[in-house]
Design a protein around this ligand. Structure first.
Ligand code: NZQ
Ligand code: ZN
Length: 383
């Protein structure tokens, strides 16, 4: 196992009725901005619960943060923060609202051009405090310091990380996810599955605790994921998926082990260029990446095949079959496993690789050996 430092500062309130806890979490004299997306929270009763929790408090709201949050929309929210002297952010929604609000938490305290935060990694010394009420289990954003923001004018979808961006608290009430459209439920399951894979499916470093945690999460997602299609109103299923997605990217399983993240970096380019939902870009890229990097990942693929899929045989065949099983799982969930299934022609591959290079992602993966040429081969396999 590799050495590491671990702290997750986000307090999680999980379960029915927990949105009321927002009241205890936010100081009584705070000037709060509630950020949200396209309006799902107004249709499913979540906003009503927020209004009750904040009754008598000073608060404003900013809606319209879109999936894959737009930098320019966030600048409008930044104006509200400055004008109203906001000193606490409450993000209510999925990963996009949480991510956008993390960027705002930093941007509100940044003296220079906010774009520097994303493009140059220039971060302020402080950030506004943030809480998250999660309505879409997928990203783990509610309990981590990551955010991804898109500049639609330039097709730049850029990730950032800051210790300052961890939410102070996160509310996870599975009932809020019962109104998710099937497509978004699927996106969440496969995104969470691939977060675990990015931290697990690399090479062995004698880290059995991390491996067993990851295998448990993958098995849970394989068992529970299809149930959101067959029994979408089952609250117990929703709860299990919500907790699995949180643990998939709250930092725990990734400590002390190598991490890949190349599927994500390539996937972000597909979203930036073609607008494909985040989770669906990953199901296209990851099996092809595993095939291309087969030798480097063979030992872990074989372990995964045996423990998660109960496959038997020699390493080579178990590892190959594990990739087949993974593709079948994504297909069963209704997620695409090729660019063509997502309506993207192979003609795009050059542009995708060019954008990856322009963003500086020229040596990615756990060994830093996914160069633009390797990325092109992965995308060609995924065509
Ligand atoms: O905008 P509203 O009207 O709320 O509708 C949203 C949106 O259209 C809808 N939705 C959310 N909760 C709902 C609901 N509809 C009905 N009922 C509910 N309870 O779902 C749609 C998608 O929401 P979005 O927030 O975009 O989805 P997700 O949570 O998958 O977030 C995706 C974003 O997170 C980034 C992705 O790149 C993408 O920009 N990621 C963030 C990460 C992180 N912070 O650690 C890691 C991930 O790998 C990922 O990159
Ligand atoms: Zn993801």
């Amino acid at each position: 196992m590799q050495d590491f430092t671990y702290q997750n500062p986000t307090r999680v309130h999980f379960g029915a009725g927990q949105i009321a806890k927002v009241r205890d979490e936010i100081p009584a004299d705070a000037r709060v901005l509630v950020t949200y997306g396209g309006g799902s929270i107004k249709r499913n009763g979540v906003m009503d619960q927020i209004e009750s929790a904040l009754e008598g408090r000073e608060w404003w709201s900013f809606g319209g943060i879109e999936p894959n949050p737009s930098y320019h929309t966030l600048l409008e929210a930044l104006d509200v923060i400055k004008r109203e002297k906001i000193d606490f952010l409450l993000a209510v929604g999925g990963g996009s609202v949480a991510d956008g609000s993390k960027f705002l938490a930093l941007a509100a305290c940044h003296a220079g051009d906010p774009w520097e935060i994303l493009a140059e990694g220039k971060h302020p010394q402080t950030a506004l405090p943030l809480g998250v009420v999660l309505t879409l289990p997928a990203t783990g954003s509610e309990s981590n310091g990551n955010a991804v923001v898109t500049n639609y004018e330039t097709h730049d979808k850029l990730p950032m990380f800051s210790e300052l961006a961890y939410p102070r608290f996160a509310v996870l009430d599975p009932a809020t996810t019962l109104t998710l459209p099937e497509r978004q439920s699927v996106n969440g399951v496969v995104d969470a599955f691939i977060h675990v894979s990015e931290q697990y499916l690399t090479y062995p470093v004698n880290a059995p605790v991390q491996d067993r945690f990851s295998e448990g999460l993958l098995m849970t997602l394989i068992e529970e994921g299809p149930k959101v299609l067959s029994q979408p109103d089952d609250l117990a299923v929703r709860a299990n998926i919500m907790w699995a997605a949180n643990l998939g990217l709250n930092g725990l399983i990734g400590r002390g082990v190598p991490q890949d993240w190349a599927t994500h970096m390539i996937g972000h380019e597909i979203t930036a260029l073609h607008g494909v939902d985040h989770g669906r870009t990953l199901t296209i890229v990851m099996p092809a990446l595993w095939e291309e990097l087969f030798e480097a990942k063979r030992a872990k693929l074989a372990q995964y095949g045996r423990r998660v899929w109960a496959l038997e045989g020699d390493d080579e065949s178990v590892a190959r079959d594990a990739i087949v099983k993974t593709r079948e799982f994504f297909t069963r969930m209704g997620a695409p496993v090729s660019l063509s299934e997502a309506g993207i022609s192979a003609d795009s591959i050059d542009k995708l690789v060019e954008n990856l290079t322009r963003h500086g992602f020229t040596a990615i993966g756990e060994h830093g050996d996914i160069t633009p040429d390797v990325a092109r081969r992965i995308l060609t396999r995924a065509a």
